[in-house]
Design a binder for this molecule. Structure first.
Ligand SMILES: NC(=O)C1=CN([C@@H]2O[C@H](COP(=O)(O)OP(=O)(O)OC[C@H]3O[C@@H](n4cnc5c(N)ncnc54)[C@H](O)[C@@H]3O)[C@@H](O)[C@H]2O)C=CC1
Ligand SMILES: O=C(CO)COP(=O)(O)O
Length: 332
């Protein structure tokens, strides 16, 4: 059994900490929010983000990254993507050669337009890095419902190590060597999930959502391939798999935010009302700029970008998308 540090006690960090402690690992979880830590210690559950699931005895709530990482074999980062740099930078002096870093945040950093593995490698060039992604809502993983994810690393031995240490009879882990594709799939599907939510919020039906999902994966793949990802990755768990769960589930923070926007709530207000990170609101901006930088067409992303910046409303976005020039479906 391993010692595992979890940095970030949101719903996802907590669900993974529960899974890993249930498997028998010694897990320590920490967070920057001191009041949240105090509350978790007192109640022995995550009252704020994942209520109703008691912590096992081998899941310790600790007050700092230093304490969490002491003696760790694996360090799992579960802060939101826009906070990954801060969390990782703080941890860098504490990362020993033997430690393996797993990141589960799904996003692209605003401003730098970097993926999480790029940030990690910049700050610690010899980092042993694994990305974990896939269709996996915390609300289900925390209750040990069957779930599949993929772990990606340039070093297949590292991915296989994490596969062995994380896999349970309810949490099935696949390996993948395409870090770029796995990271982009997890980040970009949140944009389309916002769109699926907006469509539901307006009152459109399943046809519209199927269209958004199918044309959405096409533009996700288009950007991914231009950045060096394997197109096949977008047909897997971290591409279409995660797109399906996020666009259809009421657990999805991105979809719920989109529904409110479609109903007429202002984007900033909708994000606040969700009460947890809505990664798509940040990734839309980063992906929009990335697509412009590499000269890739992303019409759905562009419309969501205009929509969340309140330059157009949701119904105008639909008109723009439906009124585009004729196309051949197979023309990537
Ligand atoms: N919630 C879910 O079902 C899933 C979430 N994810 C991804 O995991 C990431 C986290 O999402 P959630 O857990 O939903 O977020 P959340 O909003 O529930 O919680 C985020 C937590 O991170 C903490 N945090 C912020 N900056 C930090 C730092 N520098 N160091 C330590 N902790 C820090 C916050 O205080 C908060 O407790 C996101 O990128 C999300 O896309 C991925 C799969 C499933
Ligand atoms: O990535 C996720 C599920 O795989 C979580 O998506 P939401 O942040 O939209 O809930």
């Amino acid at each position: 059994m391993k010692n595992i540090a979890v940095i970030g006690a949101g719903s996802w960090g907590t669900a993974l900490a529960l899974t890993l402690s249930n498997k028998g690992h010694q897990v320590k979880i920490c967070d920057v929010d001191r009041e949240h830590i105090r509350e978790m210690r007192e109640h022995r559950e995550n009252v704020k983000y994942l209520p109703g699931i008691p912590f096992n005895d081998n899941l310790a709530v600790v007050g700092s990254t230093e304490e969490a990482m002491e003696g760790a074999d694996i360090v799992l980062f579960s802060a939101p993507a826009q906070h990954f740099r801060d969390a990782f930078e703080h941890a860098v002096p504490l990362i020993e050669d033997s430690m393996v870093v797993v990141n589960v945040a799904k996003g692209i950093e605003q401003g730098t337009l970097m993926r999480m593995s790029e940030i990690a490698t910049l700050l610690k060039p010899d980092v042993k890095y694994v990305a974990l992604s896939g269709p996996s809502h915390a609300e289900e993983v925390g209750r040990f419902m069957p779930t599949t994810v993929a772990v990606a690393s340039k070093d297949m031995k590292l991915a296989e190590y994490i596969q062995d240490e994380f896999m349970t009879d309810r949490f099935r882990v696949y390996t993948n060597s395409d870090v770029c594709g796995v990271e982009l799939g997890g980040a970009l599907k949140n944009i389309i999930a916002l769109g699926a939510g907006i469509s539901d919020g307006i009152g459109f039906g399943d046809n519209a959502k199927a269209a958004l999902m199918t044309r959405g994966i096409t533009e996700m793949k288009r950007l991914g391939v231009s950045l060096g990802a394997d197109p096949e990755t977008f047909a897997g768990l971290t591409g279409v798999g995660d797109l399906i769960v996020t666009c259809t589930s009421m657990h999805s923070r991105n979809r719920r935010c989109g529904i409110m926007i479609g109903e007429g709530v202002r984007p900033s207000e909708a994000t606040k009302k969700v009460g947890m990170v809505v990664e798509g609101m940040f990734t839309t901006v980063a992906a929009y700029e990335l697509a412009k930088r590499v000269g890739v067409e992303m019409p759905i992303t562009e419309c969501i970008y205009e929509c969340i910046n309140e330059r157009i409303d949701a119904r105008e976005a639909v008109e723009i998308l439906m009124g585009r020039d004729k196309k051949n479906e197979m023309h990537i």
